[in-house]
Design a protein around this ligand. Sequence first.
Ligand SMILES: Nc1ncnc2c1ncn2[C@@H]1O[C@H](COP(=O)(O)OP(=O)(O)OP(=O)(O)O)[C@@H](O)[C@H]1O
Ligand SMILES: [Mg+2]
Length: 407
Amino acid sequence: MNARAPFQMTPILYTNLTSKADTIIHQGGTSSGKTYSNLQYFLIRALEKPRQKITVAGQDIPNLKSGSISDLETILYDIHSKIDPALKKIFETRYNSTDKKHYLCNGTYIEFKSYDNWQDAKNGKRDYLFANELNGIDYKIFEQLHIRTSKQTIVDFNADGPFYAHEKLNGDGYQWCFSNYKDNPFVNPNIVKKILSRINDKAWFDVYGLGKTGQSAGVIFKNVTWLKEGAELPEGLKQISYGLDFGYVNDPTVLVKTGYYDGALYGKVLLYEHSLTNPEIAAKLAKMPLEVNARIYCDSAEPKSIKELNNETRKHSRYYKFVEAVKGTDSVRNGVNHLLELPMRLVYCDEWKSEQLNYKWSDKKTDRNGRKIPVDNYNHIWDSMRYARSSFIHKSKNKLLGFAKGG
Ligand SMILES: Nc1ncnc2c1ncn2[C@@H]1O[C@H](COP(=O)(O)OP(=O)(O)OP(=O)(O)O)[C@@H](O)[C@H]1O
Ligand SMILES: [Mg+2]
């Protein structure tokens, strides 16, 4: 029985099936078919021999769940809905959701795992390793997994900037393969449209459109890991605060929700829209499940808008409050530095990714004390984050010192 039969070939699957390399590195743009084809490949390898172990490693479980775990389910569902009954049997899997292991009929399993540290990664050996979105996996962890893989390792990623793969995964036994959406015969036309709509955003398009390596020189926020698009913030999120940056026709109005959880700063964009009037902003927020008494820290340059938003919000019988964000000569630098203090875990959206790639330290100007300053561009979401966090901290400090003004 030929296990390749149910899969239509893609350049990535073809490369994997014909390669003799110990390690294949798939760098590519978004939707080039990397994850999907790699999983199909491992299903084929899984059936070649009984009782093999295949590990799919990812940054964390939520990312694996919304990414490769869900992709494998779709692939299996597809096989079962399309192929002839004789082949169906061999692709039947038993899934243990606690261990996140798919057992095939020959006793081989495909497990999905994330690792807290390199010690954790030292447990267990495997035949095949698939490191999905490698730049979300620490090098020390990858190294331990890679050493304990006997047959082959495959990795995939979008290269925001150069990272350890470019430096260390070279030489004998390593094969690099580059792909982008044009290499995926199955890509949804709406996704292609979305990708092409960002063609003028060079930093984004180079990485996610074309699959090139981004230029990370000067990028301010490198302390970011991305949660899947649409993901919820953690339930136990603490010190919640909101930031709002006003825009109108040329710039978007942005609202972010932020908070702390397990040693990291979390953020999610709740609103990113052009041409909104203040009553429209208030109406949109009134439909969101914001906490009663929440503070929404706004760009302090627009006190009139803040007042109007509070008036409008009362009409909707909602009890959160718009207040001015902390300001001052060094507020941008201080706010940026504050956001650099902790790892940030942010819910992915294309606009934010674009701001992350483009928001940079100036290589021409410094402040009057010779310190570096950011270029004032690609910072609508970052400004909202800054308002939310700096003001929250400022307020807590004032409270502790006993001169909180309220507001
Ligand atoms: N062999 C295939 N058969 C059917 N559909 C496929 C196949 N390969 C890819 N696709 C479709 O293309 C979509 C994008 O593929 P995939 O998620 O593998 O891209 P990717 O390169 O991993 O993207 P990203 O870099 O954003 O993670 C899949 O969700 C699936 O709908
Ligand atoms: Mg992928």
